[in-house]
Design a protein around this ligand. Sequence first.
Ligand code: HEC
Length: 154
Amino acid sequence: MKSLFRATPLMLAATLGLATALPAAAQFAKPEDAIKYRKAAFTVMATHFGRVAAMANGRIPFDAKVAAENAELATTMARLPFVAFTEGTDKGDTKAKAEIWSEADKFKAGAAKMQEEMGKLNVAAKGGNLDAIKAAVGETGKSCKACHDAYRKE
Ligand code: HEC
């Protein structure tokens, strides 16, 4: 069970990683496919980030190896959601605000900031120092919140 549990998100990340090599427009046949994709990517990213955050907050015991594996997965996943904010995906089953498209540069900067902080968390997790991980979790979490406050509906 344990190896199956680990293999599944890795395989998913590998599959999605391949998909990002294609031009964004060619990836999604329909707007709802793009919406589904980005929500799934956010969900998987948040799950792995959340495991590291739970250790940083003392909600689950710290295990350096597990933290490093989850930070690596979260970092990979953090590259994926933003290609799926294509034109015409502001409507439907989505909480995306229209400002994502009218302030595209600011939205992209918010994405880049989060990816940068997640990258630092990945480095900290590989180093195995819990205090460094805690600090990086805090900064990454702030970057999530900043974008959600501005660009995600309640
Ligand atoms: C640059 C903007 C941005 C950043 C940074 C960002 N998000 Fe989001 N996030 C969004 C938007 C926009 C949505 C709504 C997507 C939709 O409904 O189509 C969303 C949705 C989500 C969802 C819900 C997915 C679903 O199934 O509806 C989760 C969970 C999530 N984000 C977690 C995170 C976490 C954790 C981070 C930080 C590590 C983060 N996000 C960083 C913009 C961002």
